[in-house]
Ligand binder design. Structure first.
Ligand SMILES: NC(=O)c1ccc[n+]([C@@H]2O[C@H](COP(=O)([O-])OP(=O)(O)OC[C@H]3O[C@@H](n4cnc5c(N)ncnc54)[C@H](OP(=O)(O)O)[C@@H]3O)[C@@H](O)[C@H]2O)c1
Length: 221
C-alpha cells in the first residue's frame, strides 16, 4: 500500500487529496495546524500530524516522526496574503506568506528527501499560475512573489537532485472553489484533485522540475 504525506489537509485541496487517496487504499499521513479542527480527517480514518508551516524547527524534525518511506509528498498548505504592499503591516504579512508558501515546502522537501528517495517517490508542490512571471493578471503581489519563489526553489532542487531517485513537480490546481479560491471559482474541488492525481500518477523522472497545470499542460515560468 503506497504512502502519501499531504500538508494543510484540514480543508480545501489538502482535504480532498486525503479523501481521494484514502479512498483508493493509500496510507495517508495528513498534517494540520490544529487537530481540534480535523473532524473530517478523523472520519476518513487517516493519520493526523500537527505541523505549522511557520515553525522551521518542527519542519526540519518532521521526518523523524514518520520514519518510513514515502511514495508521495504533496506540499499543499498555503496562504494568499494581502492584495497590495503599502503598509508596514502588509510588509510583515508578505514575509509570513513567503515563509509558508516558499520556505516551508522547500525546507520540508529537503528534510523528507531520504524517505521519498527510499520509495523512489515523487514530491509535488501545489503552486499557482500566479507565480509565473509571464502571467499578466496582476494584483496579489505577496502571493505571486511567494509562488514565483517556490517555483524557482523547486526547479533548482529538481536540477540538483537529478541523480537521486525522486521526481519533483510544481502543479497549478486551476481556479478552484475552496476558501482561498472563493465561491466564484469555476473548478469544483473534486475535479481539480482528480485531474492532478492523474498528472501525478503519470509523472516520469525525465519531467522532474516541470511546472504544469492540473491537466498536465506545461506553464510558462
Ligand atoms: N483554490 C485555488 O483556486 C488555488 C489556486 C492556485 C493555487 N492554490 C494553492 O493550493 C493550495 C491549497 O489551497 P486551498 O485552495 O485548498 O486553500 P484553503 O482552502 O485556504 O486551505 C489552505 C490550507 O493551508 C493550511 N495552512 C495555511 N497556513 C498554514 C500554516 N502556517 N501551517 C500549516 N498549514 C497552513 C490551512 O490550514 P488551516 O485550516 O489551519 O488554516 C489549510 O489547510 C495552496 O498552496 C494554494 O496556494 C489554490
Amino acid at each position: 500500500m503506497p504512502t502519501i504525506l499531504v500538508t494543510g489537509a484540514g480543508r480545501g485541496l489538502g482535504l480532498e487529496f486525503a479523501r481521494q487517496y484514502a479512498g483508493d487504499g493509500w496510507q495517508v499521513i495528513s498534517t494540520v495546524r490544529d487537530p481540534a479542527g480535523a473532524a473530517e480527517l478523523e472520519r476518513l480514518g487517516v493519520r493526523i500530524e500537527t505541523l505549522d508551516m511557520l515553525d522551521p524547527a518542527a519542519l526540519a524534525a518532521f521526518p523523524e516522526r514518520l520514519g518510513a518511506p514515502l511514495d508521495l509528498f504533496i506540499a499543499n498548505a498555503g496562504v494568499s496574503g494581502p492584495q497590495r504592499i503599502e503598509t508596514a503591516e502588509a510588509a510583515g504579512e508578505w514575509q509570513r506568506v513567503h515563509a509558508v508558501n516558499a520556505v516551508a515546502p522547500t525546507l520540508l522537501a529537503g528534510a523528507l528527501l531520504p524517505l521519498v528517495a527510499a520509495a523512489q517517490g515523487k514530491m509535488v508542490a501545489i503552486t499557482s499560475r500566479m507565480g509565473s512571471i509571464a502571467d499578466s493578471s496582476g494584483g496579489y503581489l505577496a502571493y505571486r512573489a511567494s509562488k514565483a519563489a517556490l517555483n524557482a526553489a523547486w526547479r533548482a532542487l529538481a536540477l540538483s537532485l537529478a541523480k537521486q531517485p525522486v521526481t519533483l513537480a510544481l502543479l497549478h490546481p486551476g481556479w478552484v472553489r475552496t476558501d482561498m479560491g472563493g465561491p466564484s471559482a469555476p473548478l469544483p474541488l473534486a475535479e481539480s484533485v482528480s485531474a492532478m492525481r492523474r498528472v501525478i500518477a503519470s509523472l516520469a523522472p525525465e519531467q522532474s522540475g516541470a511546472f504544469l497545470d492540473y491537466r498536465g499542460d506545461p506553464l510558462p515560468w
